[in-house]
Design a protein around this ligand. Sequence first.
Ligand code: ZN
Length: 288
Amino acid sequence: MENKIVKTLIYDKQVRLYFVDNTKLINEILSQSKVTNRLLKLILGKSVSVVSLISGTLKGDQRISLQMTMSDPKYKVFADVDAKGNVRGYLNEELLKTSFDDINNVSLEYFIGHKGTIRVIKGSEMNQFTGITDMPYGNIVDDISHYFKQSEQTQTYIGANIELGNDNSLLFSKAIYAQLLPGAPIHLLDEVKHTINTNQEFFNRFVNFRANNSEKKLRKLFKDVKVIGYSPVQFFCGCSKEMFYGMLHSLSRDDLKQAINKKEPIDTVCQICGRTYSFGQSEIQELL
Ligand SMILES: [Zn+2]
């Protein structure tokens, strides 16, 4: 089943409230990354989950790219999404090969540390905006809310619930996003937050949210609920063979000649989605 963001306006169009069950998406991204460590799964899963939900706020050719850097700056996480809900997320090489000692038996907060940063690039072809904030909460999700408050001056609440089983397999992933629209009183956000936190059971059950009954269910919790739409989120890398020609150019003439002599293709693998692009004899010959 495709994962879909449910988009609503509540409190007489004063608050935007979006939520998603993105279990399928997160499962695909976690399997793709080949990460097995529990902490790394949580870091990647949470980051991608929140970013996937933010896609619901984008329009046209806008996209948002998030880069999270831990206190130890060699560790980075990337996640990005466009307005069509195409989501990617990955850990950098250093994080993938991090030593056992660095990540076992430490908490997420400890691993992020006091100097973690979030860098967000939001934009379209025409204009781009970059914002950087620190990570005072050390749990990723509240830190991204903090980013919106600091950098975009919007009152935002984000919640993400990810549950891993004893064998570290993903049980479920859900996320919720509430944002005050211009002119709304600030206390409304606290009210929404409180309602969400005291109705976790309800929000955990919205897997099969259907248009006909979702408004009815939500009306029990919030005032003036209006479901304004649904938008899909899916894993999509967007890489192409052309993008890997650059890598081929970086190989030495000897390497290229060797491949020709052995009559072997040169294979390149996208680190993000795992797709292999194979360059044949004639394509290699062109570079010589
Ligand atoms: Zn790819």
